[in-house]
Write a protein that binds this ligand. Structure first.
Ligand code: C2E
Ligand code: MG
Ligand code: MG
Ligand code: MG
Length: 274
């Protein structure tokens, strides 16, 4: 009797594993066709300068509408990386973001900030893709920022440094995303010429528990490296005031705007001019 129970629960367990595997296979197949099926969308979230409270840049954030559900990037980006689909998807996002940004008011000089996966960055063809996208979109390279995470240093440091230098040579700027959540050392970061540090949302949330140590330390590091700081995940005026007082350069979060469609961000930027 006991044996049967044990076998029964193993059966349920196996079934759960099987279900998960099927689910992943389904997502893989769906993702493979997501571009051609027109299921991918780029949303745009403003980043404001703390000094002027004016738009400074806009982050491009990818969305996947798969059938009647919306699969979050935290699920499909890792899958795209695992399957190699990230190359095509990443190129598609970069192109789309640059085309959209090229239509924003020129005088505002707002940049578009695109997330780049480490898998893309490690690929020899990436810089060539970047050149093609800049050319076909007509976007001024100084108005493009690429966001990379600290995890790029996990291995292949030399390749990363070479790629980043090639990107910088094109006058495209580099932001280190989710700063403080990875495992790179300061000496590794020093070998990289980047322009901005993005303070992760988790540290902004910690302000509510009265903890600002990581943010203060990050601001000091940024000052030493001579780069700008951007705080993400600002959800309240209290967050904003605190961060501005601490000396953060730029602000991003639901408090200012949620990610918007291409049409809505254009309108939003227009409205900011008055
Ligand atoms: P991330 O680059 O750190 O992007 C910021 C995330 O925080 C976005 O989530 C954004 O919607 C969310 N966010 C912004 N302000 C707030 C706020 O005030 N409160 C809260 N709760 N959340 C806020 P999203 O769009 O779900 O993207 C998650 C992650 O997926 C991104 O984190 C990025 O790592 C990745 N991702 C998104 N699009 C792309 C892409 O095109 N390529 C690559 N490689 N990764 C992407
Ligand atoms: Mg980002
Ligand atoms: Mg971020
Ligand atoms: Mg983050």
């Amino acid at each position: 009797n006991r044996k049967r129970n044990a076998r029964g629960s193993v059966g349920v367990f196996n079934q759960a594993i099987y279900q998960m595997a099927r689910e992943e296979q389904d997502l893989r197949d769906g993702l493979r066709r997501a571009i051609e099926n027109g299921q991918l969308f780029v949303m745009f979230q403003p980043i404001l300068s703390a000094a002027k409270r004016q738009p400074w840049a806009v982050e491009a954030l990818l969305r996947w509408e798969y059938g009647d559900r919306s699969v979050p990037p935290s699920v499909f980006i890792p899958l795209a990386e695992k399957t190699g689909l990230i190359h095509d998807i990443g190129t598609w996002v970069l192109h789309r973001a640059c085309i959209v940004a090229a239509q924003w008011p020129q005088e505002s000089e707002v940049a578009v900030s695109v997330n780049v996966s480490v898998i893309q960055l490690m690929d020899d063809r990436f810089v060539n893709t970047l050149d093609k996208v800049l050319k076909s979109s007509g976007l001024d390279p100084t108005r493009l920022h690429l966001e990379i995470t600290e995890s790029v240093f996990a291995d292949n440091r030399e390749t990363v440094v070479r790629q980043v230098n090639a990107i910088k040579a094109r006058k495209v700027q580099i932001s280190i995303d989710d700063f403080g959540t990875g495992f790179s050392s300061l000496s590794q970061l020093q070998s990289l010429s980047f322009d901005h540090i993005k303070i992760d949302r988790s540290f902004v949330q910690k302000l509510e528990e009265g903890s600002d140590t990581i943010i203060r330390a990050t601001l000091m590091i940024a000052r030493e490296f001579g780069c700008k700081t951007i705080a993400e995940g600002i959800e309240s005026n209290a967050h904003a005031e605190r961060l501005i007082e601490m000396g953060v350069d730029c602000l991003q979060g639901f408090h200012y705007a949620r990610p918007l469609s291409a049409e809505a961000i254009r309108q939003w930027l227009e409205n900011q001019k008055q």
